[in-house]
Design a protein around this ligand. Structure first.
Ligand SMILES: C[S@@+](CC[C@H](N)C(=O)[O-])C[C@H]1O[C@@H](n2cnc3c(N)ncnc32)[C@H](O)[C@@H]1O
Length: 255
């Protein structure tokens, strides 16, 4: 079992920022999660996008490559934002990064066509998720789309082996009793790195409660993501231990 980091999220990301830097897929979820979550954004050509918890900008850069007109990337970690800015210093693309918390968005009402959250809501408690989603609803344009992905809430109940590429140290397998509690974990990379991550466990219904209470009323699109044949064909020994298991939950919903 891994030791608790005993630090807040901001410290963890400030301390490990450089390990997150990558120009091509590296961590497990770069293969099994991010591409499919980005696909849920649909055609983003010429659209204005907000990337919540952008980290060192991997998702923001992917959004520009997919045709977004502009991306605002925000993150609570100063180190992550410094690294993201470093990559964009030649200002070849229209990305702007700033340090801020996703619970208070420094943008006017109805600003963005798309708001994306790649593995950031697993760092928020239920009441914080509600605050943030209300903000997201406010800054989204009418009919704009909110897309996010998190570790699948069922994953830690199904898999509890710390010698595998994705792991959360759940004390019990309690799906309900673990609600709104923070767990430490890690995700492995193909280059051998282990990235520390956290998960504030929420039930699937918590996400839908927060979306509804924030004002979202349309029917969401949901994807439960895991290892695909293409991953096994690429590097079977890396992906096989978590094959046939729900790794990530992705949700897209229109304002
Ligand atoms: C797992 S990393 C994902 C980074 C990036 N989205 C990606 O896909 O590579 C989670 C990021 O969320 C940020 N984060 C966590 N809580 C946050 C909050 N309340 N507001 C803004 N960023 C936050 C962390 O600093 C970290 O950079």
């Amino acid at each position: 079992m891994i030791k608790p980091f005993g630090k807040n999220t901001k410290d963890i990301y400030n301390q490990n920022a450089s390990s997150w830097v990558r120009t091509k897929p590296n961590s497990l979820s770069d293969f099994t999660g991010r591409p499919k979550i980005l696909d849920l954004c649909g055609d983003i050509k010429n659209l204005k996008v907000l990337d919540l918890g952008c980290g060192e900008g991997y998702g923001s850069r992917a959004l520009i490559h997919r045709g977004a007109a502009s991306v605002e990337g925000i993150d609570i970690s100063q180190k992550m934002i410094n690294l993201a800015k470093e990559k964009e210093k030649e200002k070849l693309s229209n990305i702007n990064y700033q340090v801020c918390d996703i619970k208070k968005l420094p943008f006017k009402n109805n600003t963005f066509d798309i708001v994306l959250g790649l593995f950031v809501f697993n760092y928020l408690y239920v009441d914080e998720t509600l605050i943030s989603m209300k903000e997201i609803y406010r800054v989204l344009k009418n009919k704009g789309k909110f897309v996010f992905g998190v570790p699948h809430p069922s994953f830690p109940q199904i898999k509890q082996n710390d010698d595998e590429p994705f792991f959360f140290d759940f004390e019990t397998r309690g799906y309900f009793s673990s609600r709104d509690k923070k767990f430490e974990g890690f995700i492995c990379c193909r280059d051998g790195k282990k990235l520390p991550v956290q998960m504030i466990h929420k039930l699937i219904e918590d996400y839908f409660y927060c979306l509804k209470e924030s004002g979202f009323k349309s029917l969401p699109e949901i994807k439960e993501l895991g290892v695909l044949k293409e991953h096994l064909d690429l590097k079977r020994e890396f992906f096989e231990p978590v094959n046939d298991i729900p790794l990530h939950l992705a949700i897209a919903i229109n304002k």
